[in-house]
Design a protein around this ligand. Structure first.
Ligand SMILES: *[C@@H]1O[C@H](CO)[C@@H](O)[C@H](O)[C@H]1NC(C)=O
Ligand SMILES: *[C@@H]1O[C@H](CO)[C@@H](O)[C@H](O)[C@H]1NC(C)=O
Ligand SMILES: *[C@@H]1O[C@H](CO)[C@@H](O)[C@H](O)[C@H]1NC(C)=O
Length: 599
C-alpha cells in the first residue's frame, strides 16, 4: 500500500518508455490511449485491487502514472457541469457551524446593526436606469456657500452633496456609496473624508483641515444605491457565486469535486471538513469512488456568471456609474490658513472624533502620518529596516495583500533571503531568513474560503489554530490580513471567523505578553462590472467596519489600509502600488520599533 502510493504519486512527469517489457506497460499500450471510459475505470479498479493486496511486486509505476494523468483529464472536464443548484431565496452559509453563545449572538446583532446601509424603499417597483443615481447630474458644494469664508488649520470643512438621477431629478432616498478625499498634489497631502448619509438624497462629506496651504475636494460615486441593493442581494443569496474544488486521489485514482462553505445536501453525499477546533464549516461533494480522507488539495474553482439581469447590469457600467467623480457647483478648492487664536506649534491639539469612519491619519509630503500617538519615522534605508527587525520572528497570515508585504520586505532588505520551501510562489507557505540580524519572516495563507490556485490540504490551516501553535513573546510579531476572500459570503461568516481569531489572539497575548499583533485592514480596489459583483469595495467596506469594531479595545494595532488607499492619489488597486506599501511598512516598523523617548 505504502509502496504503491509513493511510486504512483511521485512520477507524474515521466512516462517511462524504457520499461516496455513489463506487464503494466504492455497493458497500457494495448489500451490504445482512449478506450471506453468504463473499460478504463474497470481496469483502474483492477490495478487498484492489485496495489492493495500487494501481489504485484514490481509493478511499473510509470504506467500507473500515465493512467492517473488520463483520468485527471477526464475528471477535469466534469467539473464545469457538476455545479450544485442552490435554492437562491435562502441564506445557507450564515447559520452553519457551531451555534453561537448568547453573548456572541448579541455582538453579532450589534455589528450587523452598525453596518446597516440605507437603500431604495423595499416596496418600490423595479425601476429603470433613468431613475437611478447619476454622477453626471449630481453635485457637491463647499459650505458655507457665501464667498469670503476663510479656513484655518484644525477646523472642519463640509462638502454638501446632492444626488440626482439620469433625468436630473433629485433622489429622495440614500444608500449611494460615495468616497470623499481632500488633497493637495503640491504638498503630497491627502486625507479621507467621512461621508454622512442623510437618507434623502443629500450627503455631507466632512474633512479635518490638517495642513496649511491649498486643498481640493474630490467626491466619487462608487455605486448608486440601486447597485448596492443588487450587491447586497447577491451577498445574502448567492454565496455560491465563487466556487471551489478539491482533488481527491488514492494511488492512481483521482476525482475532483465542488466545495464550499455550504452546499445543498439534498443533491449528493457530502464530505464534512468542518474544523474540529473552531467548528468552521467546509464541505465538498463526496467523490464517487474515493473516500473523504483522500482529499489532496483545495483550489478556487471559478466565478459563476449570469448573476444579474440585463436591466441590473446597467447599474454597473464603468465610466457611467462605477467610481465616477462628481462635479462641484462653485469651487472645489480652498486655501487653509494657519491656526487661529492658538500659539504656533500647537497643531497636534486637533484630534478628530474617534469614529470608525473618521480619519485615522493623513498623507503629508507623500508620507502617512497616523493619528493616535504613533511616530511617523520613515524607513528609507534597508539597513534601518533590518536593524528594526533584528531578533524578530515575523509571522504574516492571510490573503495576498499581506503576502505583498513579504514580497516587499525580501526585495527591500537584501540580507533577508527567501528560503526555498518548494511551495508555489503565490500560495506559500513562504519563509525568509536574515542570519546576520537574526530575522525570520514567514507567510502562510488563511484557511478556506481562500481563493488561491491550489493549496495542498496539508497546508490548509485556519489562522486561529496557527496562533494557538505560537509561543509568542516580545520577539514575535503577528500580522494578519483577512478580508478579500470573504466578500461573497454573508457578513455573519466573517464575524464568526474573526471571533475565532480574536479568541486565539487573546489566548496568545495572555500566555505571551509582549507579542506584537498588527492587523492590516481592507483596501480599495479597481472595479468594473465583473469585479464589482464578487469583490466590490462596498463589500470590503462592510467587512472593514466589522474588522475594526471587533478588534477595538484589544491590544492590537491597525494599519489602516482602507484610508491609506482612499487618501492617496494613485488609482485603487487590490495590491496597492509600491509607494503605498512603503507607507504601510513605515507604519508597521514604527509599531515594531517605536522611537525611544528621551527622558
Ligand atoms: C423559494 O422560492 C420558491 C419559489 O418562489 C418557493 O416555492 C420556496 O418555498 C422558497 N423556499 C424558501 C426556503 O423560502
Ligand atoms: C459536520 O461536522 C460537524 C462537526 O463534527 C457537525 O457539527 C455538523 O453538523 C456536520 N455537518 C453536517 C451537514 O452533517
Ligand atoms: C525618505 O524618503 C522620502 C522620499 O524620497 C523623503 O522625502 C524623506 O525625507 C526621507 N526620509 C528620511 C528620514 O530619510
Amino acid at each position: 500500500m505504502k509502496w504503491c502510493r509513493h511510486c504512483c504519486g511521485d512520477s507524474e512527469s515521466e512516462t517511462g518508455p524504457d520499461h516496455g517489457r513489463q506487464k503494466g506497460a504492455t497493458m497500457c499500450r494495448n489500451l490504445s490511449n482512449y478506450a471506453l471510459v468504463f473499460l478504463f475505470i474497470a481496469l483502474s479498479g483492477f490495478i487498484f485491487l492489485l496495489c492493495n493486496i500487494h501481489t504485484v511486486e514490481n509493478w511499473n509505476c510509470h504506467t500507473i502514472s500515465a493512467l492517473y494523468q488520463l483520468q485527471s483529464r477526464i475528471h477535469s472536464s466534469f467539473i464545469s457541469v457538476n455545479l450544485p443548484t442552490f435554492n437562491h431565496n435562502r441564506t445557507f452559509c450564515a447559520h452553519l457551524g457551531q451555534k453561537p453563545s448568547a453573548e456572541d449572538e448579541l455582538e453579532e446583532r450589534y455589528l450587523l446593526d452598525s453596518i446597516t446601509w440605507p437603500g431604495p424603499p423595499p416596496s418600490s417597483p423595479p425601476i429603470s436606469l433613468r431613475q437611478t443615481s447619476d454622477p453626471v447630474h449630481s453635485l457637491f458644494t463647499l459650505l458655507p456657500t457665501e464667498g469670503g469664508r476663510v479656513w484655518h488649520l484644525g477646523e472642519e470643512l463640509e462638502a454638501f452633496v446632492q444626488i440626482h438621477d439620469f433625468q436630473g431629478r433629485p433622489k429622495r432616498y440614500g444608500g449611494d456609496f460615495l468616497l470623499a478625499r481632500l488633497h493637495s498634489p503640491e504638498l503630497g497631502a491627502g486625507v479621507a473624508g467621512m461621508v454622512v448619509d442623510h437618507k434623502n438624497g443629500f450627503y455631507s462629506a466632512l474633512f479635518p483641515l490638517l495642513w496649511v496651504g491649498p486643498a481640493q475636494v474630490e467626491i466619487t460615486m462608487v455605486h448608486s444605491s440601486e447597485a448596492v441593493a443588487v450587491l447586497r442581494r447577491l451577498r445574502e443569496e448567492r454565496p455560491d457565486r465563487v466556487f471551489f474544488k478539491s482533488l481527491f486521489r488514492l494511488g492512481f485514482l483521482s476525482e475532483t469535486t465542488v466545495c464550499n462553505m455550504c452546499l445543498p445536501s439534498d443533491q449528493q453525499p457530502l464530505c464534512n471538513y468542518t474544523d474540529l477546533y473552531t467548528g468552521e464549516p467546509w464541505y465538498c461533494y463526496k467523490p464517487k469512488m474515493l473516500s473523504c480522507d483522500t482529499r489532496i488539495n483545495h483550489a478556487k474553482g471559478g466565478y459563476l456568471k449570469h448573476l444579474i439581469t440585463n436591466k441590473e447590469a446597467l447599474l454597473f457600467q464603468s465610466g457611467v456609474n462605477i467610481k465616477v467623480p462628481l462635479r462641484a457647483s462653485g469651487t472645489d478648492r480652498i486655501n487653509v490658513l494657519p491656526q487661529k487664536d492658538k500659539p504656533e506649534g500647537e497643531s497636534s491639539s486637533m484630534k478628530p472624533e474617534r469614529n470608525q469612519l473618521a480619519p485615522s491619519g493623513f498623507y503629508y509630503e507623500h508620507s502617512w502620518r497616523p493619528f493616535g500617538g504613533a511616530a511617523a519615522r520613515q524607513f528609507n534605508e534597508s539597513s534601518a529596516v533590518a536593524e528594526c527587525l533584528r531578533n524578530k520572528v515575523i509571522n504574516l497570515y492571510g490573503d495576498s495583500t499581506v503576502r505583498q508585504w513579504f514580497e516587499y520586505l525580501i526585495t527591500f532588505v537584501p540580507e533577508l533571503k527567501e528560503f526555498n520551501l518548494h511551495s508555489p510562489k503565490k500560495v506559500g507557505p513562504l519563509m525568509a531568513v536574515d542570519s546576520t540580524h537574526n530575522i525570520l519572516l514567514k507567510y502562510r495563507c488563511h484557511g478556506p474560503p481562500i481563493r488561491f490556485t491550489t493549496v495542498m490540504s496539508s497546508e490548509l490551516r485556519y489562522i486561529s489554530n496557527e496562533l494557538d501553535g505560537l509561543s509568542g513573546g516580545p520577539n514575535t510579531v503577528v500580522v494578519l490580513s483577512i478580508w478579500a476572500h470573504f466578500s461573497t459570503f454573508p457578513v455573519e461568516v466573517y464575524i464568526r471567523r474573526l471571533r475565532h481569531i480574536r479568541r486565539a489572539l487573546v489566548r496568545l497575548m495572555e500566555r505571551a505578553p509582549g507579542t506584537l499583533v498588527v492587523i492590516r485592514s481592507a483596501n480599495l480596489q479597481a472595479l468594473d462590472q465583473e469585479v464589482s459583483l464578487y469583490n466590490s469595495d462596498w463589500y470590503s467596506l462592510q467587512l472593514d467596519m466589522v474588522l475594526k469594531a471587533m478588534f477595538k479595545g484589544l491590544n492590537v494595532l491597525i494599519v489602516d489600509a482602507w484610508q491609506m488607499s482612499s487618501a492617496h492619489h494613485l488609482p485603487h488597486a487590490l495590491h496597492p502600488p509600491q509607494v503605498i506599501v512603503k507607507n504601510m511598512m513605515d507604519v508597521l516598523l514604527n509599531y515594531v520599533c517605536p522611537e525611544k523617548k528621551k527622558s
